[in-house]
Design a protein around this ligand. Sequence first.
Ligand code: HEC
Ligand code: HEC
Ligand code: HEC
Ligand code: HEC
Ligand code: HEC
Ligand code: HEC
Ligand code: HEC
Ligand code: HEC
Ligand code: HEC
Length: 371
Amino acid sequence: MRLRRFTFLIATLFVAALAILRAPTARADGPGTAPQPAQVENKVCLTCHANRELSMKLPSGETLGLYTDEAQFNASVHGKQGQRCTACHTNISGYPHPATTARDARDFSLQMYTICKQCHDKEYQQQLDSIHAKDIAAGNRNAAVCTDCHTAHAATPPDNPRSKIPQTCRKCHSAIFDQYKSSVHGAALLDQSNPDVPTCIDCHGVHNISDPTTNAFRLKSPEICSKCHTDKVRMKKYNISTNVLNTYVADFHGSTVELFEKQSPNAPTNKPVCYDCHGIHDIRSVKDPKSMVVKENLLKTCQQCHPDATADFPGSWMSHYDASPTKYPAVYYVNLFYTIFIPVVIGGMLGFVLLDATRRVLNRLQKSGSH
Ligand code: HEC
Ligand code: HEC
Ligand code: HEC
Ligand code: HEC
Ligand code: HEC
Ligand code: HEC
Ligand code: HEC
Ligand code: HEC
Ligand code: HEC
């Protein structure tokens, strides 16, 4: 058994060596120009790398599997384009390979992902500013790089189906995924493939994900929600009010947040933004008994910042409603009274003044005519 595997390996190495000898080799285009990568046929690489047993030991003691699944690669976006292994592995044109300097498996990935830059410079440049890249620079090697989200050899369109997006983040943010999954947004995406609700990246961005715990992110956050929640066409389908931003901004809470956002976008604010009342990854329908804004839970939600609030406290506030005969009738009728009363009074006064003036003018004309 052992012997058979050994002879197999020897045979593969021999065939591969022959193939490499016949493959075009790296050439220099002249003095001073960098050597172009050799366009080695994929089957050459695969003579060795289609072997499931092939692996190497890294200095850390970890074993790096070196098997490459040909069928999976051919089905990937890159394989479908007929891309060569050497389009990415530009430093390899035969065997032996240049020695890798990676200490362990994660180190290997962190070195290798820069390969993607050659053809996807836009995404690469964006990624450099992301919170993931900053975390890596700060020593957290587990933060995501290209190949964590897309894989190296099996990249497929990342947003098809759309539910693939949160599944990608789930690999490392599983606790947040679990909250999202049962939220009004996540449930609609995962159960019904609903295209109208946000995935992780509608709120966070993708290649340029920023730190969501900063003051700036907090102050700007009502805009994220409002993109969809003031979209009349989108919200009509769900019979959800698009008045939520207007009423929020008009309110004593939102007006300050809006003002800060314009004048000093990094200022801290103690006023609530949308997610203080509705939750973040666990936002629920206002009819869901677990929602932070249903009657039973609303007081607790206000008490986060108004610790002394008592049961009737939320009632003192108009929420997202404009006053109407059914909601806040007292406010509504007082408003209505003034909308009618003031024009009538002022109009009446104006009318009176005008009539009086005309009378006086007429009187004067009559007097001067009789002279
Ligand atoms: C003759 C067999 C053989 C052939 C052909 C071969 N490899 Fe390898 N490859 C190996 C072995 C063995 C290793 C383990 C490390 C070493 O020995 O350098 C390896 C390691 C690797 C590694 C990981 C370590 C490193 O150096 O980056 C990559 C990537 C790789 N091969 C890609 C390729 C590509 C691409 C081709 C085709 C151009 C290819 N290999 C052709 C045998 C082969
Ligand atoms: C789109 C670019 C790209 C193409 C095309 C590509 N590779 Fe890779 N390959 C990478 C990257 C990036 C890594 C590092 C993966 C990691 O983080 O472990 C890698 C890693 C490897 C490794 C090391 C083991 C591993 O999977 O991590 C081998 C062996 C390898 N590639 C062989 C091949 C072969 C054979 C082909 C052609 C059939 C090929 N590659 C095509 C980008 C590519
Ligand atoms: C040699 C050039 C080249 C390299 C290197 C390369 N790609 Fe690509 N990639 C392409 C081309 C060409 C396409 C298909 C056209 C397109 O959609 O942009 C593509 C498509 C993609 C897509 C799908 C885009 C979509 O909208 O469906 C992803 C994801 C992707 N590449 C990721 C990577 C990652 C990750 C790496 C590094 C491991 C990488 N690519 C390295 C050329 C390359
Ligand atoms: C945290 C996960 C993650 C990381 C890291 C990541 N991507 Fe993406 N990428 C995605 C998602 C999700 C999409 C789908 C975006 C959409 O639907 O708008 C995407 C889209 C793409 C596309 C399609 C075109 C586009 O820009 O929408 C390419 C190409 C791509 N990524 C390449 C890369 C490269 C290269 C890197 C590394 C520099 C990288 N990605 C890093 C998750 C990631
Ligand atoms: C390979 C693992 C991995 C993947 C995949 C990944 N992340 Fe991360 N992410 C991390 C790590 C590690 C951190 C560092 C902070 C931490 O541990 O939460 C981080 C940090 C973040 C932060 C900042 C957290 C903070 O407290 O500042 C956000 C936001 C984030 N990721 C969003 C995403 C999104 C959205 C996706 C999917 C498109 C994604 N991540 C995919 C590993 C990953
Ligand atoms: C509706 C918008 C929205 C969606 C959808 C969303 N997030 Fe967030 N996320 C936020 C906001 C707002 C914060 C900032 C909360 C704070 O101040 O702590 C945040 C914080 C985070 C953080 C850092 C804080 C923490 O709790 O660790 C990570 C990581 C994160 N989100 C990942 C994800 C992932 C992964 C998904 C998808 C499964 C996702 N988010 C979906 C809005 C969203
Ligand atoms: C990409 C668009 C989009 C974004 C961004 C978005 N939402 Fe939504 N939201 C929706 C849609 C669509 C629904 C209806 C889903 C359903 O009922 O199936 C919804 C439902 C809701 C509901 C439940 C309403 C009800 O029926 O009672 C609340 C509350 C909510 N969103 C709050 C927020 C908050 C807060 C934010 C920002 C942190 C936000 N949303 C960001 C699209 C969005
Ligand atoms: C101070 C707490 C608070 C803040 C801040 C807040 N909301 Fe609300 N929101 C509520 C309450 C309470 C309700 C339930 C109203 C009811 O039906 O009685 C609600 C209801 C909603 C609904 C459901 C409307 C419907 O037609 O069913 C949506 C959507 C919503 N809010 C989005 C937002 C958005 C977007 C923001 C930020 C711009 C925001 N909310 C800010 C407390 C808040
Ligand atoms: C994230 C913190 C936060 C949350 C949550 C919050 N508020 Fe406030 N609220 C404030 C701050 C800060 C002020 C301004 C206090 C001041 O200027 O003295 C304020 C002011 C008010 C005022 C004006 C009168 C006063 O006491 O100054 C009312 C009424 C009010 N909030 C009602 C509510 C209700 C009802 C809820 C729950 C639905 C709620 N708030 C949730 C932070 C919050």
